[in-house]
Design a protein around this ligand. Structure first.
Ligand SMILES: [Zn+2]
Length: 244
């Protein structure tokens, strides 16, 4: 029985390592995918911002041209005004100039507004684009990390699995079955008992059972978490050692 427990303990150590590498193999590609997904989203933001910026810049150009046209019209009218002798005509043209200046003022305001909008958009776009490039670099790094760690993990896993196979053949079928069932349910199947306490679930093992664990003559299960209990030789009191 002692031997069997030792084998089960070894099995658990190997299984723990296997679990770590398998999690890496699962986790790393998922992390890569997540970064790739974020990149797609940022790229979409960037192209939307570019469209908005183009619209704002086009509107700005259009309004600037409108302004030039309006200002030329005003200048022409002002020149014409100098040659007019008729008071009625003079007043009419003066009103026209005044109105033209008002319109020009409004156009100037919208020119400024489009300038501000374009400037704001350019800033956001710059930020998004540098965010995109940073994330692109992160993706490259993450990919190579995933490859390096992944291939290392695969190598280790094949080594660990062959070690595991060697141990498993020496473990009795019933014990192995219980080990597998409990591991599936609890994540681990073997628990060390120290000072009468199951170190996995921290429950105090009843004294009668405690003694049986110390004797290591049969497979004892923690009544609380159902893990197989084992005890290290250094934790077995002297009188029990003599007994066994
Ligand atoms: Zn327990």
């Amino acid at each position: 029985m002692k031997e069997q427990l030792a084998l089960l303990e070894q099995l658990q150590k190997i299984d723990n390592e296997i679990d770590i590498h398998e999690k890496d193999l699962e986790r790393l590609p998922m992390e890569v995918q997540e970064i790739a997904r974020s990149l797609v989203l940022i790229r979409r933001d960037v192209s939307e911002l570019k469209e908005k910026l183009e619209l704002a810049e086009n509107s700005l150009k259009k309004r600037e041209q409108d302004l030039v046209v309006e200002q030329e019209k005003i200048k022409r009218s002002e020149r014409r005004l100098l040659g007019i002798k008729n008071t009625k005509e003079f007043n009419a043209l003066s009103r026209e100039i005044k109105l033209g200046k008002k319109v020009a003022g409004e156009i100037e305001e919208s020119v400024l507004a489009f300038m501000n909008e374009a400037e704001g958009l350019r800033k956001v776009l710059d930020r998004k684009e540098s965010e995109y490039h940073e994330l692109e670099e992160t993706l490259v790094k993450k990919k190579s990390e995933a490859e390096t760690i992944g291939s290392k993990a695969k190598k280790l896993l094949s080594k660990l699995n062959s070690q595991k196979d060697k141990i498993t053949v020496s473990i009795e079928q019933d014990y192995l079955k219980r080990y597998i069932t409990v591991k599936k349910a609890r994540g681990s199947a073997i628990a060390e008992m120290i000072n009468g306490i199951c170190t996995a679930c921290h429950m105090a093992i009843p004294p009668q059972l405690n003694i049986r664990v110390l004797k290591q003559e049969e497979l004892i299960i923690c009544p609380n978490c159902h893990r197989i209990l084992y005890v290290r030789p250094e934790n077995i009191p002297e009188y029990n050692k003599l007994d066994a």
